[in-house]
Design a protein around this ligand. Structure first.
Ligand SMILES: Nc1ncnc2c1ncn2[C@@H]1O[C@H](COP(=O)(O)OP(=O)(O)OP(=O)(O)O)[C@@H](O)[C@H]1O
Ligand SMILES: [Mg+2]
Length: 406
C-alpha cells in the first residue's frame, strides 16, 4: 500500500502553530525586550575592538532563563557583522562549557569554530599546550580581536588554568588579543572563584535580573505573533503562562515552554484555540522536564548526593518532633554524607568528595530548588542541618539509576 496517505495526513493536520521553531527554547529572537540596557552596556565594552583596543573581560550572571545567552549571542553577531562590513578583524567563538567542560575541550571547540573548513579530526589528539599555541598564533598572525563567549562557565573543571592561560596570552600578542565573556547562572559561583581568576574574569560584571509577570507577558506576546496562527492563543493563556513563570523564577524559558506545550496539547485535542486550561495542563509536564534538565547536567558526585537523598527519603519513616508533630521524609545532613560515601563505592565512583564539597553540593541542590534545608533547632544532637527532598523521590531515583548504569 502506498504511504501517500500518511504524508498527506501529516501535511494537512490542522495546527495552532504557524512556525513552531520560533517558540522552541533554542531560537534566538532578533528583538529582546527588557534587555536593551544590557545590550548597550556589552556593546559599549566590546566596541573598543573597532578602534583596535582590547576590551575588558566580562562576567555575566543571573538566574536561568533571564536572557544571558540570547543577549550575548545577539551582541556578538551584530558586532561581527559590523566589523566585517568595515573589514576589521574582529571574531567571536561561542562555547557552551556544559559540553566542553575542560580547558582542553574549550580550546578544541574554539579552534574548530575558527577553522570551520578543517576536518573534525584536524586538532584531535594534541595536548592542551599545542592547542593553546594554535589559538594564540591565529590571533597573533592574523592580528584579530578574538572574543570568546564561554557560556555556563561554572562547568569548566580546570577553570583557573583556562582563564590564566587566556589572560596571559595577551602578553604575547602585539596587535589584536583575546577577550573572555563568561556567563553563569550559578549565583554562588563568583564568590567561590580563586581571587586571581576572579579579578581577571570580572573586569566588568553584569547581572541579569529575573523578569516580572508583565515583562514575561510582553515577551510571550511577541513570540506568539511569530510562532502561532493569528488569534490561535487566548490572551488568558498568555497571562497565565507569564504569571506561572514569574511566580516560580522569572524565567522566560519556562514561560515559552509552557506555551509551546500548551500549543501541542491543543493540537493533540484537534482544537484550534489555545486556552488557559491548556496552559494549566502543560504546567506539570514542563516542571518535570525542567527538573530533569537540571539533574542531568549536575556534576557526577552531586548527582550521587541527590540520588542518596532520594533513596534515603524512600526508606524513611516520618520523623517525630519533640512537639509530637510528625515530619515526613526529613534527613540529617550527616547521615546523608555517610550514605553518600557508601553509594559512591557501590556505583564504583572513586574518591567521594570531602565534607566541605559535600556542603557546597547541598547548597547548590537547594539553589536549584531540588531540596530544602533547615538548621536544627535546640535539642537535636549538636549542630546539624535537616534536608528535605522537594521533588518526586521515585522519579529521581529511577532517572539517576539509569544514568549510573549507562
Ligand atoms: N528579553 C527577551 N525577549 C525575548 N525572548 C527572551 C528574552 N529573554 C529570554 N528570552 C528567551 O527565553 C529563553 C531563555 O533565554 P536564554 O537562553 O538567553 O537564557 P539564559 O539566561 O541564558 O538561561 P540559562 O542560564 O538557563 O542558560 C530563550 O528561548 C530566549 O529566546
Ligand atoms: Mg544560557
Amino acid at each position: 500500500m502506498g504511504l501517500q496517505h500518511v504524508f498527506e495526513a501529516e501535511f494537512s493536520k490542522p495546527t495552532v502553530f504557524l512556525d513552531r521553531n520560533k517558540i522552541m527554547p533554542h531560537y534566538t529572537p532578533q528583538n529582546l525586550p527588557f534587555r536593551e540596557e544590557q545590550q548597550a552596556t556589552i556593546s559599549g565594552i566590546v566596541a573598543v575592538t573597532l578602534r583596535g583596543q582590547r576590551p575588558d573581560n566580562i562576567f555575566i550572571y543571573g538566574k536561568p532563563g533571564t536572557g544571558k545567552t540570547s543577549t550575548a549571542k545577539h551582541v556578538m553577531d551584530e558586532l561581527c557583522s559590523f566589523a566585517e562590513k568595515k573589514s576589521l578583524k574582529v571574531k567571536h567563538v561561542y562555547v557552551n562549557c556544559r559540553t566542553h567542560n575542560k580547558k582542553y575541550k574549550v580550546l578544541l571547540k574554539s579552534l574548530r569554530e575558527i577553522y570551520p573548513s578543517e576536518p573534525d579530526k584536524a586538532f584531535q589528539g594534541y595536548s592542551a599546550a599545542y592547542l593553546y599555541e594554535k589559538l594564540v598564533s591565529f590571533v597573533r598572525d592574523t592580528q584579530t580581536h578574538l572574543i570568546m563567549v564561554l557560556d555556563e562557565l561554572d562547568k569548566v573543571r580546570d577553570l583557573d588554568d583556562l582563564i590564566y592561560s587566556v589572560t596571559r596570552s595577551n602578553d604575547e600578542i602585539q596587535v589584536g588579543g583575546i577577550t573572555v565573556i563568561g556567563i553563569s547562572n550559578n549565583l554562588l559561583f563568583k564568590d567561590a572563584l580563586d581571587p586571581r581568576t576572579k579579578s581577571s574574569l570580572c573586569q566588568q560584571e553584569m547581572i541579569f535580573p529575573p523578569y516580572n509577570a508583565e515583562q514575561l507577558r510582553t515577551i510571550l506576546e511577541q513570540r506568539v505573533q511569530e510562532a502561532f496562527a493569528p488569534q490561535a492563543v487566548d490572551s488568558g493563556a498568555i497571562s497565565l503562562a507569564a504569571a506561572i513563570a514569574a511566580q516560580e523564577s522569572g524565567d522566560a524559558r519556562t514561560a515559552i515552554k509552557l506555551l509551546l506545550r500548551a500549543g501541542e496539547l491543543a493540537d493533540d485535542e484537534k482544537t484550534t484555540q489555545v486556552t488557559d486550561q491548556h496552559v494549566k495542563n502543560a504546567r506539570k509536564s514542563v516542571e518535570q522536564e525542567i527538573i530533569l534538565e537540571h539533574i542531568t547536567v549536575l556534576p557526577e558526585h552531586e548527582k550521587l548526593v541527590l540520588y542518596t537523598i532520594a533513596a534515603l527519603t524512600l526508606n524513611r519513616k516520618p520523623l517525630q518532633r519533640l512537639s509530637g508533630e510528625k515530619v515526613e521524609g526529613v534527613l540529617y545532613s550527616g547521615e546523608v554524607y555517610e550514605e553518600y560515601e557508601r553509594t559512591a563505592k557501590k556505583f564504583k565512583f572513586n574518591d567521594p568528595v570531602s565534607a566541605r564539597w559535600y556542603r557546597e553540593y547541598i547548597n547548590q541542590l537547594e539553589m536549584y530548588g531540588l531540596i530544602v534545608t533547615t538548621a536544627s533547632g535546640p535539642g537535636v544532637k549538636g549542630q546539624t542541618r535537616f534536608i528535605k527532598l522537594k521533588v518526586d523521590a521515585l522519579k529521581i531515583k529511577e532517572v539517576l539509576e539509569k544514568e549510573f548504569a549507562g
